[in-house]
Ligand binder design. Structure first.
Ligand SMILES: O=C(O)c1cc(=O)[nH]c(=O)n1[C@@H]1O[C@H](COP(=O)(O)O)[C@@H](O)[C@H]1O
Length: 307
């Protein structure tokens, strides 16, 4: 399978952070160019001292007035958010529906290309939540990894291993599988008891013990369910978790960090989208400054509980 280097410019090692006093995450003594998603994520955790994933869910109805009527408004808005928050983020997570609904996939391509060129050390997690039979999944994998050049993609496990296998063929990319989602309705199926345990725990065990043969898997676990987050962490060891649900969905940052961190004090991409993208500007601020302020507050709040 084609790897990173055939498609994209060589990765640059993540630069060291400057302030020793804010260190909360482990530091490594050497800089090595990451060749896999998990290496790249670890390097970004360390370089930016951050577990914050900035979600790119660009809703044009919420954009400031100066973007109205611009044909590339989604790209320009997202780029401004990226530039304002890049040094605070361990990952960016564009949600594909916000682009596809407006026939704006070309702007998503442009955003991914901009990220790869400008911030090559920050992983792109394409949030697509795909799930289909193998032949179709092969095309979805190409869409995520070739067309958009994503480092990782979110995938639904409901159709079983053969529906996930085509993504796993891309050994250097991350495959982030839905486990215990943040929404209330997630409990309808994920909490069903199967052989005496809730279904989400079976998903966690299956991914950790059978599907993760190349060390490229992660799981989605909502910040709105810290008890389940702790349970998943216990099952999967150090596997990276994508944890949405702080910010607009009201998940508790302290409870999330305590429940989900690894023994080494990392292991999560804690996502916030709307609370950062549409942060209410304070006096004298413009939208990107407001987004940066909230991203910084969120990153720092996460770090407070890592120590
Ligand atoms: O896979 C996801 O990213 C995801 C899983 C989940 O369980 N819950 C969840 O909210 N998400 C996504 O995470 C983002 C959350 O956005 P905010 O609620 O605005 O922070 C959205 O893009 C959701 O689609």
């Amino acid at each position: 399978m084609t790897g990173y280097n055939a498609h994209f410019a060589p990765r640059e090692p993540a630069g060291p952070a400057t302030s020793a006093s804010t260190d909360r995450l482990p530091r490594t003594g050497t800089t090595v160019t990451p060749t896999t998603f998990s290496d790249k994520l670890s390097a970004a955790w360390t370089a930016h001292q951050s577990l914050l994933c900035v979600g790119l869910d660009p809703d044009i109805s919420k954009f400031p007035g100066d973007f109205k009527g611009k044909s590339d408004a989604i790209f320009c808005f997202s780029k401004a958010i990226i530039d304002a928050t890049a040094d605070l983020a361990c990952a960016f997570k564009p949600q594909i529906a916000y682009f596809a609904a407006l026939r704006a996939e070309e702007q998503l391509e442009a955003i991914c290309e901009y990220l790869r060129n400008t911030y090559p050390h920050i992983p792109i997690v394409l949030d697509a939540k795909r799930g289909d039979i193998g032949a179709t999944a092969e095309q979805y994998a190409r869409e995520a990894f070739e067309r958009y050049g994503a480092d990782a993609v979110t995938v639904n496990p409901y159709m079983g291993f053969d529906s996930v296998a085509p993504y796993l063929e891309w050994k250097d990319r991350g495959v982030i599988i839905l486990c215990r989602t943040s929404n209330p309705g997630g409990s309808d199926l994920q909490f069903l008891q199967v052989d005496g345990k809730p279904l989400y725990q079976h998903v966690a065990r299956l991914v950790a013990e059978k599907w993760n043969t190349s060390g490229q898997c992660g799981l989605v676990v909502g910040a709105t369910f810290p008890q389940e987050l702790a349970e998943v962490r216990r099952i999967v060891g150090d596997m990276p978790l994508l944890v949405p649900g702080i910010g607009a969905q009201g998940g508790d940052v302290a409870a999330t960090v305590v429940a989900g961190k690894t023994a080494g004090g990392a292991g999560m991409m804690i996502n916030s989208s709307r609370a950062i993208l549409y942060a209410a500007p304070q006096a004298g601020e413009e939208f990107a400054q407001a987004a940066r302020r909230v991203a910084q507050e969120t990153r720092d709040a996460i770090n407070q509980h890592l120590a």
